[in-house]
Design a binder for this molecule. Structure first.
Ligand code: G3D
Ligand code: MG
Length: 208
């Protein structure tokens, strides 16, 4: 007997944080298993894709990179639109990059406009834990975890894109969170379609 085809799911993940924290390097390590100085994103918003199998579901992660415009905080709506998960990255050796996390968090909420901001999946990544064997570290793990609690218990990972430390587990968590969120949205949309008047062709949920 033929096996039932697996459902394919496309999930959009965006990676935010100050310039230089290692966003591009983390994506490149996860998708291409490379840590290279040459890899730099091209002009404009760009993404890498990776397929992962999560509990029998084939999931395509579309991971969007900023290509450096984060310096000007002008990423544009296309970058944020339809995101299923937002990864916030800071550098554990640079306090300023930790202090700006709140701004990135708010910026995402404002620009992406998720229907329920409190339920939207975020994840925090503290990168470059390898640097000088940790001796230059200025943000303690406890401080980062406290921040995560204050934002509604978001998951926290410490990584090194350079040494490929904890990169896969972080992205697996990201994929799972994004998938769960997508499920919730499916349920929401189905119930709206079942209950409400015919809304075909409408771009917003408002019937007026
Ligand atoms: P960004 O995309 O957030 O702007 P990049 O950051 O990925 O371009 O990385 C910025 C710099 O940090 C790069 O160095 C990169 O090699 C370095 N980097 C990224 N991740 C790590 C890490 O885990 N450990 C260490 N030690 N360095 C890292 P350059 O010299 O090219 O500016
Ligand atoms: Mg980059």
């Amino acid at each position: 007997m033929a096996m039932a085809p697996r459902r394919r799911t496309l999930l959009k993940v965006i990676v935010l944080g100050d310039s230089g924290v290692g966003k591009t390097s983390l994506m490149n390590q996860y998708v291409n298993k490379k840590f290279s100085q040459q890899y730099k994103a091209t002009i404009g918003a760009d993404f890498l894709t990776k397929e992962v199998l999560i509990e029998d579901r084939l999931v395509t992660l579309q991971i969007w990179d900023t290509a450096g415009q984060e310096r000007f905080q002008s990423l544009g709506v296309a970058f944020y639109r339809g995101a299923d998960c937002c990864v916030l990255v800071y550098d554990v050796n640079a306090k300023r990059t930790f202090n700006t996390l709140g701004t990135w968090h708010d910026e995402f909420i404002n620009q992406a406009g998720p229907s329920d901001p409190k339920q939207f999946p975020f994840i925090l990544v503290g990168n470059k834990v390898d640097l000088d064997a940790g001796s230059r570290r200025v943000v303690p793990e406890k401080k980062a975890k406290d921040w995560c609690v204050s934002k509604g218990d978001i998951p926290y990972f410490e990584t090194s894109a350079k040494d490929d430390y904890n990169v896969d587990p972080a992205f697996l968590c990201i994929a799972k969170l994004a998938l769960e969120h997508e499920h919730d949205q499916d349920i929401y949309f189905n119930s709206v379609a079942e209950q409400g008047p015919k809304t075909e062709g409408q771009t917003s949920g408002c019937a007026c």
